[in-house]
Design a protein around this ligand. Structure first.
Ligand code: SF4
Length: 614
């Protein structure tokens, strides 16, 4: 990257079909409009993935982009985003992973990699000395993500970061993830399946010698220090216990998913809180690049049937998905299963809802033992879960039927089985919450462009934007309006190259961005940028088949809780009003959900208006 003039980004493009590598420089104006990460990647998707292309086609793009803060002294700045036409929704998918990859890539002057085409033979990519090499990967086939990482590290023989797909991605399981740095995951919307379709087993980068360009190093040191201080103070629970600190408050809201949404009562709650896990199991920190929060940990199970098991401490999502959601009441089993999900290369969310659905179907006789190749899917049976996950990962027997994810499997079975599956009609399952007690995320999940939450995040919160919080969490219109007001924040976060847990303060984060780039980004420009990406993604999704009808929950997802803190409160009866209000707030046509011409113009996307009227 040039060290003078406007702040620019350098992208490498790899065509796996031809083996050709090229590079392109993103000019200063474009960089400021799209920032990097998810923002810049969405621009590429729009320009290069036309209508009719499917997620598994060679014409699809798979991007690994980081942003201006990555590799700097800002806490948690080892982050990158994977963006593509995702396999679960066949619409936009973007998923962020932390660790070291984003920082290491920038030590070679590389801000992003675009992968296009598909290789004939399994390939791995390696960034080193400012460029990228295509290398053979046939010998890595069948290895899980941790085995792949270890094998590639041994081959490279120096410090590096490796992200790979596991057996699930190799076998094009739609809900496959990309996993690296022993426990970090780009999980959502089947980004790993896209990687598998391109016959790309892994991507790695060594740590180079150069440092990312910083316009005002002194200012950055001061602001990064202040941001780190605020990050540590703002959420003491996160500092102590990581994302599992959410178990107790979410439980009190009725927002922890339990037994496939059949209940909100979780008597074993006390053995899943982080205080219990840390007191009963051994663990040690495993922080990402420059992170002061350092919430990630490695864990050894020291009691129960999996005593001696060593792996990553589950995040909240895994703890919920492989815990209460599947009727598990033994926390050591949850640790083992979360690690198995990562190693096989699955998205933990879709995996959890798939297993929970199979368990309910088995219990109610909607799926027979013979439909499950003899595996008795009883609530909380860790060995049955492990067996089924392995079958799905390699599409063995009934595993092939379930490898296309919850929505497709449930709709193929049909009837009562379909009606008890948790998914959005777009084709993805929600995060590890019972959203019937957490309406902001429910609305976001059904209406987002990415197959998972799009609005929620740490930058655009009511306090950061000077907004009053909604007092009644079950007020349908107020929650829908708030979702629109906070929109764009996550897309901005995922464009910066920094972990979202390290961005609790919008003003300080923007100051860091300005110190690095020499810009004078304001809150208004940040909101405009975020909403530009939301609208661009939306236009991309309409091009790829989005309709108003699929912006809705499945029968069970939108059902009324029968017990617990949200008992008897229905979101479904308000759904049409929620969706229409959201469209209106976003400046979208209420009849179709498409961005209006004036909305596109507002965000500098007027050139898209022609496609909007199709
Ligand atoms: S907060 Fe956690 S996930 Fe984020 S950078 Fe720090 S250790 Fe990594």
């Amino acid at each position: 990257m040039p060290e003078e003039g406007p702040y620019t980004l350098r992208i490498l493009r790899v065509d796996l079909g031809t083996g050709k590598v090229s590079e392109e420089l993103i000019d200063g104006e474009t960089t400021r409009r799209y920032v990097g990460g998810t923002g810049l990647a969405t621009k590429y998707l729009w320009e290069e993935v036309p209508a009719g292309v499917e997620w598994s086609d060679p014409e699809n793009r798979l991007t690994f982009f980081t942003g201006p803060l990555a590799g700097t002294r800002v806490s948690g700045s080892g982050t990158f985003s994977v963006t593509t036409l995702g396999a679960c929704t066949n619409m936009c998918g973007t998923s962020q992973a932390n660790g070291f990859f984003g920082a290491f890539m920038r030590t070679h002057g590389v801000d992003g990699v675009i992968v296009q085409g598909a290789a004939e033979k399994w390939t791995r990519l390696h960034i080193h000395d400012g460029t990228i090499q295509l290398l053979g990967a046939e010998h890595l086939l069948g290895k899980d993500t941790w085995e792949t990482e270890d094998a590639v590290k041994e081959e490279i023989g120096q410090r590096c970061s490796v992200f790979s797909i596991g057996p699930a991605g190799e076998n094009l399981v739609r809900f496959s993830a990309i996993v690296g740095d022993h426990g970090h995951v780009a999980a959502h919307n089947g980004v790993g399946a896209v990687m598998g379709a391109k016959k790309l087993k892994c991507i790695s980068t060594t740590k180079g010698d150069s440092k990312p360009r910083v316009e005002d190093p002194e200012r950055l040191v001061a602001v990064a220090k202040e941001l780190a201080k605020v990050s540590k103070e703002v959420d003491p629970g996160m500092m102590l216990y990581g994302t599992n600190a959410g178990i107790a408050p979410l439980s009190a809201m009725g927002a922890v998913p339990i037994r496939n949404y059949t209940t909100n009562v979780f008597p074993e709650h006390n053995t899943f809180v982080p205080e219990y896990l840390r007191a009963h199991f051994k663990s040690k920190p495993a922080a990402c690049w420059a992170c002061v929060i350092a919430h990630c940990r490695m864990m050894e199970v020291t009691e129960g049937p999996y005593t001696g098991f060593y792996g990553e401490e589950p995040e909240y999502e895994g703890n919920a998905e492989m815990g209460p959601l599947i009727g598990m009441n033994e926390p050591g089993s949850t640790v083992m299963l979360c690690n198995l999900v990562d190693r096989l290369g699955f998205d933990i969310n879709e995996s959890g809802y798939m297993i929970a659905w199979l368990m309910e179907c088995y219990e109610r006789g909607l799926l027979a033992k013979s439909d499950l190749d003899g595996v008795e899917m009883r609530w909380g049976d860790a060995e049955a879960v492990a067996t089924m996950l392995r079958k799905i990962a390699i599409r063995d027997g009934c595993g092939d039927f379930f490898a296309d994810g919850v929505k497709r499997a449930a709709e193929r079975v049909g009837g009562e089985a379909r009606d008890c599956a948790v998914y959005t009609l777009k084709g993805a399952s929600p995060r590890g919450h019972d959203h019937r007690g957490h309406w902001l995320e429910f609305i976001d999940t059904c209406l987002s462009n990415t197959g998972t939450v799009e609005t929620g995040g740490h930058l655009f919160t009511p306090p950061n934007l000077g907004l009053d919080r909604v007092q009644d969490r079950f007020d349908p219109i107020a929650m829908s309006t708030m979702n629109a007001k906070l929109n764009g924040g996550r897309n901005l976060e995922d464009s910066l190259g920094i972990c979202r847990l390290c961005t609790p303060n919008l003003a300080l984060t923007l100051e860091c961005l300005n110190a690095v780039t020499g810009w004078d980004y304001t809150v208004e420009e940040a909101q405009e940028m975020g909403l530009r990406i939301v609208n661009l993604m939306r236009m991309f999704n309409f091009r790829h088949g989005l309709t108003k009808e699929v912006e809705a929950p499945s029968e069970r997802y939108g059902s009324t809780p029968v017990d617990g803190p949200a008992a008897g409160i229905s979101i479904r009866i308000h759904w049409d009003a929620i969706r229409d209000n959201y469209y209106e707030q976003m400046g979208w046509d209420v009849e179709t959900g498409k961005p209006l011409a004036e909305t596109l113009e507002k965000y500098g996307l007027e050139h898209l208006a022609k496609e909007s009227s199709v």
